[in-house]
Design a protein around this ligand. Structure first.
Ligand code: HEM
Ligand code: HEM
Length: 187
């Protein structure tokens, strides 16, 4: 990879983490809604999976943030409209906060529950946070977890819509520099 390419594109690690985490988060949003609308054995299986995937997202987010500090992203491409760059910057920053805060609050919910249920991540049992236990505490953390979760889902519609608009309408390199190998240039 020559210097110009690495200046213009996201690194392979950043691309890998972006897509793996995007898949995990999208699946986890679906599991959350299925869990909230199911009962009995099915509910337990889906919720355990939600907690497990969510906790993995928390660990991956920390790795991703560390990687971003070590290897800063390429500068944003000049947008067609003046508002595009700041809006993209705000949404990306919000995603980084949410990718840490949402699973952290989920972890808090599980730790504050009056009756705790283990959080299993690929056979490893995550410790509980040293927080106050009780219905009210778990409920407050749950409210934050939910509001942020659904806000993220709404922002994702905007984010995905913007990526598709750049690729199919503007025909620029915004989506291509977040894929590996780069997509065919459509310009
Ligand atoms: C990518 C990370 C996560 C996202 C995007 C996410 C999102 C959500 C959303 C949107 C809900 C509300 C569902 C609804 O009421 O329809 C929810 C519920 C819940 N989440 Fe998460 N969550 C994540 C990680 C976690 C983690 C790490 C835990 C715990 C270790 C957790 C525990 C819970 C619990 C206990 C519920 C309640 C489910 C139910 O009512 O059946 N979440 N989550
Ligand atoms: C849960 C799902 C997703 C999350 C949390 C997410 C999050 C992010 C974040 C935080 C960035 C900024 C990366 C950085 O600068 O370090 C980013 C960039 C990007 N994302 Fe996503 N993303 C998701 C799904 C998607 C999907 C489905 C698409 C395409 C359809 C997409 C396309 C892009 C593109 C093209 C960029 C680069 C933007 C640029 O160069 O300015 N993302 N995403």
């Amino acid at each position: 990879m020559n210097e110009q390419v690495s200046f213009e594109r996201y690194s392979r690690v950043a691309v890998f983490l972006h897509w793996v985490m995007a898949a995990l988060i999208l699946v986890n949003l679906i599991l959350a809604v299925v869990s909230a609308n199911s009962e009995g054995g099915a509910h337990r299986v889906v919720l355990n999976l939600h907690k497990s995937i969510g906790f993995s997202v928390l660990l991956l987010s920390l790795a991703r943030l560390a990687w971003r500090l070590y290897r800063p992203p390429p500068p944003m491409l000049a947008g067609k409209a003046a508002w595009e760059r700041p809006v993209a910057g705000i949404v990306h920053t919000a995603f980084y906060f949410m990718m840490v805060l949402i699973p952290f609050l989920g972890w808090w919910v599980s730790s504050a529950a009056p009756k705790r249920h283990a959080i299993n991540v690929l056979g490893w049992e995550a410790p509980f946070l040293p927080v106050m236990q009780g219905k009210a505490f778990a409920g407050a953390a749950m409210a934050g977890h939910k509001v942020l979760g659904f806000t993220m889902a709404a922002l994702l519609v905007l984010h995905i819509g913007a990526a598709l608009k750049h690729h199919f309408i503007d025909r620029d390199k915004v989506l291509s520099r977040m894929t590996f190998p780069p997509l065919q240039s459509r310009a």
